[in-house]
Write a protein that binds this ligand. Structure first.
Ligand SMILES: [Zn+2]
Length: 167
């Protein structure tokens, strides 16, 4: 599979400014989403793992499931973190189905730059909604960034979907 994130990777890396310079490290672990979380497109926070929209998505509704703790490899996670990662991946699939009504979902984790990880030093799982016959469509739109307003709306929609699923 070609690397869909390559065109924007440098811009993404250069725009990071949070605490240790990692775009996936949060400043607040409170389950309540802060204004900063919303700006960063975080849609759900669990106890050890959170979910954010990909700002440079492969498709609309492309989520990333990320441990709070800054570590690069799945083998570095504690048992609790690994379990919660899987739990929240499953929860995120529910949210994607609720919001995007896809025909399928791609799930994947790239470990290391050689495997295609754009941000290799903080583990993250990708969830990409897919629709029947979308492969050509995605090849075209993969080069087009979603407008910021669209991402803001998606953030609100997904945050609400997670809330509803948890109720
Ligand atoms: Zn980090």
């Amino acid at each position: 599979m070609q690397n869909m994130w390559a065109p924007w990777r440098m811009e993404y890396i250069l725009s990071k400014k949070e605490n240790n310079g990692c775009v996936f490290c949060l400043n607040s672990f409170n389950p309540e989403l802060t204004e900063e979380d919303e700006k960063r497109l975080v849609v759900y926070k669990g106890g050890r793992v959170f979910v954010m929209l990909n700002r440079y998505p492969y498709a609309a509704g492309h989520l990333m499931v990320i441990p709070f703790r800054h570590c690069m490899d799945i083998t570095e996670l504690s048992e609790e973190e690994r379990n919660e990662l899987m739990e929240i991946i499953s929860l995120s699939c529910k949210a994607i189905r609720r919001v995007c009504r896809p025909d399928g979902i791609n799930m994947g984790i790239n470990l290391g730059k050689a495997a295609g990880a754009g941000i290799a030093d903080h583990l993250h799982a990708h969830l990409v909604p897919r629709w029947e016959g979308d492969s050509q469509f995605i090849a075209v739109v993969a080069d087009v960034r979603l407008i910021p307003e669209r991402l803001e709306t998606m953030q609100k929609t997904f945050a609400l979907a997670f809330k509803e699923i948890m109720d």
